[in-house]
Write a protein that binds this ligand. Structure first.
Ligand code: PMP
Ligand code: GLN
Length: 402
């Protein structure tokens, strides 16, 4: 007798992040795959978590989060973007952005609905679309003409064709998921691009679900513009973010969703039967961090820009073609620079024989052929770790492992 998984989930394998981190552990390679920092968040936040645990904040919090966290989230949005949300009805805390995205898709899609994703897309979106019984249409992000120049800072690096976006919307489209700053390309969507997306959402009466987990991590003076801040968007947008990247605490899984009460209420409905609630002492610590540690975050962004430069300059010097990354933890490079047509093959050989783990970008595409030539490197590591990786990447030759 065999018990199969539900049809919609059969196409879903082990996430690439677990796979590549396990590979790094087995081979002892430097892990520039899964995006997590190798240093801790602000000391004040860590102390606040310890105090919360010692002080008895260890039982269930309210389903939508500790009031102190909801107020801190709303206040931080107000201060940074001038947007107002009601902490009582328009914010819900989740187990990381991951749960917020899942809950939003499960709560807002009917089976048979279509969801628009920008491709390459973060892997959990597709799994969640499948769980909701929905289907998706992809809008490709392609390297811009000037992007495939080593070290180029010009342009957005990756861009979409407005016609592709319009074509992706059908009468069955229910919502659009937008991730900016964008994983895995490092793209920060420009205001003009966001205006276009907003126009389509308004014209076609779509809901937008935005994944803004890298909202504080933009470089080169680029600003993060929340889609919800554009005309006509606040009432149709679920804005999602989390503490993991902002405060270097990816294991805490403190995330949230903001939006009009009707949409956030739907997210809450789904979320209450997923985790109910989680992370009480970490919620208190993140409330502290959002209120007192944003200077620390500004320094983190500066330091990440330097570390991006370190990795990019090292790769460029080694003759590797990279693409501009104006945000996130990640940059894209061409597998062909090492003599590989297939980034998956390069990543396997690099881990086994080159001492570095990266992510083959093709896993974030409907058709892997479209991302076959690209690999993603994470630069959220200490400078000495990046320097070590650069030296390994510079000397790696395909023939070594073959
Ligand atoms: N969205 C994107 C684009 C991500 O890169 C990640 C990984 N941090 C997540 C969502 C998941 O966020 P969290 O760890 O808060 O669940
Ligand atoms: N967001 C991280 C990345 O893109 C991974 C998170 C995870 O492992 N689920 O690398």
């Amino acid at each position: 007798m065999t018990f199969g998984v539900r049809t919609a989930l059969r196409g879903i394998g082990t996430t690439i992040f677990s796979e590549m981190t396990a590979l790094a552990q087995r081979t002892g390679a430097v892990n520039l795959g899964q995006g997590f920092p190798d240093t801790d968040g602000p000391a004040g936040m860590l102390a606040a978590a310890q105090q919360a645990i010692a002080g008895g904040l260890n039982q269930y919090p309210p389903v939508d989060g500790l009031p102190v966290l909801k107020e801190a989230i709303v206040q931080a949005r107000q201060n940074r973007y001038g947007m107002a949300y009601d902490p009582a009805t328009e914010v819900v805390m989740t187990a990381g952005a991951t749960e917020a995205i899942a809950a939003a898709l499960l709560a807002l899609c009917e089976p048979g609905d279509e969801v628009v994703l920008f491709e390459p897309y973060y892997d959990s979106y597709l799994a969640n679309v499948a769980m909701a019984g929905a289907t998706h249409r992809a809008v490709p992000l392609r390297p811009t003409d000037d992007a495939a120049v080593a070290g180029s800072r010009a342009g957005a690096g990756f861009a979409f064709d407005p016609d592709d976006l319009r074509r992706a919307v059908s009468p069955r489209t229910r919502l659009i998921v937008l991730n900016s700053p964008h994983n895995p390309t490092g793209k920060v969507f420009t205001r003009a691009e966001l205006e276009l997306i907003a126009q389509v959402c308004v014209e076609r009466d779509l809901i937008a679900v935005t994944d803004e987990v890298y909202e504080y991590l933009t470089y080169d003076g680029l600003e993060h513009v929340p889609l919800a801040s554009l005309p006509g968007m606040r009432e149709r947008t679920v804005t999602i973010s989390s503490a993991g990247k902002t405060f270097s605490c990816t294991g805490w899984k403190i995330g949230w969703a903001l939006g009009p009460a009707e949409l956030v209420g739907a997210v809450r409905k789904a979320k209450q039967f997923m985790t109910f609630a989680s992370g009480t002492p970490f919620q208190a610590a993140v409330a502290h961090a959002l209120t007192h540690e944003l200077d620390w975050v500004a320094e983190l962004a500066k330091s990440l820009q330097e570390r991006r430069d370190l990795l990019q300059a090292g790769l460029t010097a080694a003759g590797v073609r990279t693409y501009p990354a104006h945000g996130t933890y990640f940059l894209q490079a061409d597998a062909a620079s090492w003599g590989y047509a297939d980034g998956g093959e390069l990543c396997r050989d690099l881990a086994e024989h080159g001492g570095v783990v990266a992510i083959p970008t093709q896993v974030f595409y409907d058709d892997p052929a479209n991302g076959r030539g690209l690999v993603r490197f994470a630069f959220c590591k200490r400078p000495e770790v990046l320097a070590d990786a650069v030296s390994r990447l510079s000397t790696f030759r395909p023939s070594e492992g073959k």
